[in-house]
Ligand binder design. Sequence first.
Ligand code: TRP
Length: 323
Amino acid sequence: MARILTGIQSTGTPHLGNILGAILPAIEMSKDAKNDSFLFIADLHSLTQIKSPQTLKENTYSVAASWLAFGLDPEKTVFYRQSDVPECSELAWYLNCFFPYQRLKLAHSFKDKSSRLEDVNAGLFVYPMLMAADILLYDANLVPVGKDQLQHLEMTRDVASRINHKFKNLFVVPEAIIREENMLIPGTDGEKMSKSKNNTIDVFQDEKTLKKIINKNIITDNIPLEAPKNPDDSNLFKLFSVVAEKDQAHQMAKNLRAGGYGWGHAKKELIELINAKFHSPREKFLHYMNNKNELDYILEIGAHKAKSVATKTLERVRNTIGY
Ligand code: TRP
């Protein structure tokens, strides 16, 4: 049995791209009975960027509500808030003291963020060691991450190996599983869907707002209604086909090629499809957002399970390094 662990950024309500590209595949993976899975909301990492207490709290809730709405089973997956297990911060400190400053200076993500963000705090700099603590605290074997996180995983392996070298196998050295972005989800402008590009579709919004966003923001050309259209050039069609079943997408492609079928028709179909497909998750999401005590309860149970592993690891670490 392998222990799979991963952290989710809590930077706001997940959009269609996050749902299709990350949430649904991860939930699929967590159903594998061979593995033991840990999934947490990285709200300590969020503090490097978010300084509003309300936003910090609210983002955690909306991320938790989304994962649960799409079927994450908290009985099978240990699902918790990072900040509910303060052992993580303690371990991060120890790791900081065993990792060379010069190596942290090489982190791409820090270089990138420090050139982009106004608030360049020390938390951003030691971010990789907090992430290493997330992983090493639970003796995780496998860590699914996007390509952008690969260097952080290298640093995790590096710090674990350095400490193991000094004190005989204190930590499990984890391996990364690269999450291939096999499904590129286009945003309303045809670029990759991303919050920073302002081209997202929020499927949890009410039907009226969703309709407005799709009608207003998705860019189409002005080929007349009667004329045949090429689905392969159309961002609207691409979006439809990543949400639709194969035969539905096939039918729309046929309609577009035949002519007499306009972008307005296609938009209407996309809206109906999203409403139908996400009806039940949307209801569940809203239910949780209106009953946050249920989220707190679920996350507390998760934190309790996580803590029972964390305290044991930390005891081992404290004893070994001299406390
Ligand atoms: N830094 C990760 C990201 O931006 C989130 C994360 C935090 C994480 N801690 C982790 C991922 C531990 C995997 C394991 O996506």
